[in-house]
Design a protein around this ligand. Structure first.
Ligand SMILES: [Zn+2]
Length: 265
């Protein structure tokens, strides 16, 4: 997919053409190619969108994309049209975490690239899912194991997130036998409720990017976790301002927080 360089109408829009498409962006392009009809996004900003961040050119965030090197990796298994939704936050994870992998989930086949990734000894995969759905005794964990050392060094955590609506995610969890051999990381209820309180101003649910931030925090990637949370706040602000045809506040508290996180590198 060729990056689109639209007429810059904000101070940041010109960066869109300089960024290579990330894993979720590539998956979106593949999914669009398979579509027989144009995908009509509901509820998001109307009109022209930046290919780099999916926002209007006037609200483009590409120049702020805060790519971070992390110990952990994130593997997104995305349900059918998830990569096409403008509100999908898996995209933001790929904006921040350099080693984000994204695959389309289907019930009947496993992506060869996903199989290769899951077999790579540098990673210790964890499926991130609530423990009440785990049947096998001892499979659900709430902390990461001490890293096992192998010939290449310590294994790095690879968090597998099922990026879908909640009913779809439950189906994906049940019908992905190739995930059965991995531990299930269930986040602490108190962590979740703390987040929900903090996020109560927003009308969306505990989203994929928030789950990823918690996972990064557990893995010790603290700056990446904070960066992802802050970037999610900024994205939400730009998304909603565009939807309501209002300009973004480029000096909001979240923008300043992101800047100070970047300066601290
Ligand atoms: Zn953009």
């Amino acid at each position: 997919m060729a990056p689109v360089s639209s007429q810059p109408s904000s101070p940041t829009a010109s960066a869109a053409g300089t960024l290579a498409p990330h894993a979720v962006s590539r998956l979106r392009a593949e999914r669009l190619q398979r579509s027989t009809r144009p995908f009509l996004a509901r509820g998001g900003p109307k009109g022209e969108r930046c290919e780099g961040c999916r926002l209007r050119p006037s609200h483009c965030l590409c120049a702020l994309r805060p790519i971070q090197a992390t110990t952990a990796g994130i593997c997104l298994l995305m349900h059918d049209i998830e990569a096409l939704k403008p509100s999908n936050t898996g995209w933001l994870i790929a904006d921040v975490v350099a080693e984000t992998f994204a695959f389309a989930w289907t019930r009947t086949a496993v992506d060869a690239g996903l199989e290769t990734l899951l077999a790579d000894p540098q990673w210790q995969p964890y499926v991130v899912f609530p423990q009440e759905f785990v049947r096998e005794p001892g499979r659900a964990v709430q902390q990461l194991a001490q890293p096992q050392v192998h010939a290449m060094g310590a294994r790095r955590p690879l968090f597998i997130l099922l990026d879908a609506t909640w009913p779809e995610a439950r189906k994906m969890f049940r019908k992905s036998p190739y995930l059965d051999r991995f531990p299930v990381l269930s986040l602490h209820p108190e962590q979740l409720s703390r987040y929900q309180l903090r996020r109560s101003k927003r009308d969306d649910h505990f989203c994929t990017a928030e789950v990823a931030a918690l996972c990064l925090d557990l893995a010790g990637d603290l700056r990446a976790a904070q960066t992802l949370e802050t970037y999610l706040d900024i994205y939400t602000h730009h998304y909603l301002q565009a939807k309501h045809q209002l300009p973004p506040d480029w000096s909001s508290a979240a923008h300043q927080q992101l800047q100070s996180l970047q300066n601290a590198v």
